[in-house]
Write a protein that binds this ligand. Structure first.
Ligand SMILES: *Cc1c(COP(=O)(O)O)cnc(C)c1O
Length: 495
């Protein structure tokens, strides 16, 4: 059955999956949402016997109905191959009473690889299907991980170019080096003098500028997005939640139909929304626990029903979650008010003018599968150290937030349901903060000395992604102010 997409703000309906992937963001500034959330048409027993690639096909074909079987299988087999350092693609590790779903075995050692290794294939296939005449310019804001993963995916892909904006002082050293050493003639990286919200707001503004779109069109370009506002990011993220549950069943860790809770370290609300979609598809998940760092706007939202971004932006040790405007929440809002686009649009307008909005009691009730917690930097460090001391298993600072929130949740509710923690990055990507957490003190040593020390204490081999940046040449050095982003894009593509 064909599944079509519409904008959360009502301006577009009847959009095919491939058109939605190609455009990224709807013309009215809204996000594409499928007209219904499809259910799985295979049983959990069947899924239990499937590889990651087979699971990906079973899930994605339900959402991307205008891609042919051949097209989808081509995209999947080229994305989930030896770029990943394990055949399982997303293995589960059991430690300290939790199941860590390791989403960092791709090229850039963060969970963004799970979707961004397939997005370029989905997008170039979509461009062909829709006879796009222009070259596609991927315009991306990053809190540190999306930028590198998107560039790694799109580097030297014919018919595409990519430009990434990141907060100059808001990423880890490894994240920055990974981006600044990116090869590929079609890649550009620009540091902005601002935070992630400035970068994301700037990108959305450029998407909304019709005049600019015309200018680009005249130069032979059209914009698209690699951020989780693109449905082509969200759909591949649903896969690993289905896969994780099926593997727990296959490994005899759970009984058939047993409920499993999920904890997701959250920033832009894309990863946890994928878990929600998996649940709607029929996976027996219980609570979806949204874990925030010191920027706890989502924790406050789920507690009070008011979203209020008017607060200090805090730079933390989990920089990929340093976000005050969570874009994907718009999709949940839309679903929670009975797909009322006018209402969703009004809330988004309030957010942009007053920096806040409130939801109704009915909407809050609709969101009862979700609960939320937060862990500050100290609690996060303590949890990383505790898991390491107890088990020798080393987690990164984002996963640390999730694990700490899970411990709080367990203590508060007494809920003993088995729980999957979305483990979103390799500890090597945040080596300084992780080593400081484990050692319990500030570290002055050089980044790579800390990385070598991490290998010694954890026994986990230094990933290829880290070896690559050790001696790599810096290839990008551009910076701009948030208000200069549009001009910067223009300069990049007018040459
Ligand atoms: C992007 C990211 C997150 C946040 O994911 P969202 O989908 O934005 O909520 C968490 N951890 C890491 C390591 C990330 O890169």
């Amino acid at each position: 059955m064909e599944l079509l997409y519409g904008s959360t703000r009502g301006g577009e309906t009847g959009v095919t999956a491939s058109q939605a992937v190609l455009k990224g963001l709807a013309n009215d500034g809204g996000l594409y949402v499928p007209e219904r959330i499809p259910t799985l048409d295979v049983t959990m027993d069947e899924l239990a016997g499937m590889t990651y690639q087979e699971t990906a096909y079973a899930v994605m074909k339900q959402f991307l109905t205008d891609y042919t079987e051949e097209e989808l299988k081509y995209c999947i087999s080229h994305a989930y191959d030896e770029k990943f350092d394990t055949e399982e693609i997303a293995p589960l590790a059991k430690a300290d009473g939790m199941y860590f779903l390791e989403l960092f075995h791709g090229k850039t050692i963060a969970f963004k690889d799970m979707a961004l290794s397939i997005l370029p294939y989905l997008m170039t296939t979509a461009a062909k299907k829709n006879h796009a005449k222009n070259e596609i310019v991927i315009l991306t804001a990053t809190s540190g991980d999306t930028g590198k993963a998107a560039m790694a995916g799109f580097a030297d892909v014919p018919g595409t170019r990519i430009i990434v904006f990141y907060p100059k002082n808001g990423v880890s050293r490894v994240q920055e080096l990974q981006m600044l050493t990116q090869k590929g003639a079609n890649t550009s990286v620009v540091g902005i003098e601002g935070n992630f919200d400035d970068a994301q707001t700037g990108v959305k503004k450029i998407f909304g500028d019709k005049e600019f779109a015309k200018e680009l069109d005249a130069m032979g370009f059209q914009l698209s997005s690699a951020n989780s506002i693109n449905i082509g990011r969200l759909v591949p993220q649903v896969v690993y939640y289905v896969y994780a549950y099926a593997k727990l069943l296959a490994n005899g860790e759970i009984e058939k139909d047993e409920k499993v809770n999920v904890v997701v370290p959250t920033g832009n609300f894309g990863n946890i929304l994928a878990a929600y979609f998996a649940k709607q598809m029929g996976v027996p998940f219980g609570k979806l626990i949204c874990a925030s760092n010191d920027n706890k706007v989502l924790y406050d939202f789920f507690r009070t029903g008011t979203y209020d971004k008017n607060r200090e932006f805090i730079l933390t040790t989990s920089p990929s979650m340093d976000i005050l405007v969570s874009s994907n929440l718009e999709r949940l809002l839309y679903l929670s008010c009975g797909r009322d686009a006018a209402k969703t649009k009004a809330m988004m307008e309030q957010l942009s003018t007053n920096g806040k909005y409130e939801i109704t009691a009915d909407m809050k009730e609709f969101m009862k599968d979700f609960c939320a917690g937060y862990a500050d930097m100290e609690e996060n460090a303590k949890e990383i150290r505790k898991v390491f001391d107890d088990t020798g298993y080393l987690i990164d600072t984002h996963t640390g937030v999730a694990a700490a929130v899970y411990e709080q949740y367990k203590a508060k509710t007494g809920d003993t349901t088995k729980t999957v923690i979305a483990s979103t990055a390799s500890p090597y990507k945040f080596s300084r903060s992780v080593m400081e957490a484990v050692l319990g003190k500030k570290e002055d040593a050089d980044e790579f000395a800390l990385i070598d020390e991490m290998e010694r204490i954890s026994g986990v081999k230094i990933p290829q992604a880290i070896e690559e940046i050790r001696d790599a040449k810096i290839l990008h050095n551009r910076q701009c102010k948030p208000e200069e982003m549009e001009e910067t894009v223009k300069q990049t593509f007018s040459k």
